[in-house]
Design a protein around this ligand. Structure first.
Ligand code: 6PG
Length: 238
């Protein structure tokens, strides 16, 4: 793990780690998650972890299966969910179950899925209530889309400025258009925030963030950014 960029390159970042490729990044982030889990459980007897959706985290989740984590003390949440029927293969919780949860089998009561099948408004209201009893999340895992969205907070979408713990999202440019997301405030309030960003498709958004464009991902403060080389912008060296 090395850090060619420094935090100054990514405004708001707590630390930036550059990895050779997705495999190396996934190994390092799985190790980091296990360490944060041990730290939280030792300090407070519980680890509240919000999982990221999309494809990037899949390999990290597969690797996390092999770490020694007391899953009975881990409560799992989701940074966002797509409004699709429960069990739909395209849901973020379906990916997390296939890559990790079905293999480590935390108590069912510890898996807090977003009931997105109820529709964005009802699901966000219920999830916001559920989150109220949690307080701070210990770690929020995040991806970033090619447009700089994170969770389901997309550029210029009214959901970004809502103050509820969980917010309904409509007109998302990444299908499905209807989603539920943790609110920006909830994401920022987490004890630790960790981005996994890989692939050349993310270069442009990263470059915009480095130039100070306030894309949604850039509005997450004091996050650890884990990037692979392919995602690094080819900045004009002045
Ligand atoms: C989703 C995710 C979304 C994802 C980014 C990156 O529902 O798609 O929550 O925020 O993290 O779009 O997706 P990839 O990891 O697939 O590039």
């Amino acid at each position: 793990m090395n850090s060619e960029l420094n935090s100054a390159d990514l405004p708001n970042a707590q630390a930036v780690f550059i990895h050779d490729d997705t495999e190396v990044l996934s190994t390092a982030v799985a190790r980091r998650i296990a360490a944060l889990a041990a730290e939280a459980i030792a300090a407070r007897g519980v680890f509240h972890l919000a999982l990221a959706g999309g494809e990037t985290p899949r390999r990290c989740y597969e690797k996390l299966r092999h770490h020694t984590i007391d899953w009975n003390q881990v409560h799992l949440y989701f940074g966002d969910e797509r409004c699709l029927p429960d069990g739909d293969a395209s849901r973020n919780d379906s990916m997390a179950r296939a890559a990790l949860l079905n293999h480590v089998a935390p108590p069912q009561a510890n898996i807090h899925c977003i009931p997105a099948e109820l529709g964005a408004i009802e699901a966000a209201a219920r999830y916001a209530l559920e989150l109220e009893s949690v307080g701070k999340l210990d770690l929020v895992l995040l991806g970033m889309g090619e447009d700089g969205h994170t969770a389901s907070l997309f550029p210029d979408n009214p959901a970004n400025t809502r103050i509820e713990a969980a917010v309904p999202v409509f007109d998302a440019p990444k299908p499905p258009a209807e989603r539920v997301s943790l609110g920006m405030g909830t994401l920022n309030a987490a004890r630790n925030k960790l981005f996994m960003v890989t692939g050349a498709g993310k270069r442009q958004a990263l470059e915009q963030i480095m130039r100070g464009v306030a894309l949604p991902a850039a509005q997450i403060s004091k996050a650890e950014w884990h990037l692979d080389h392919a995602a690094l912008p080819i900045m004009n060296v002045t």
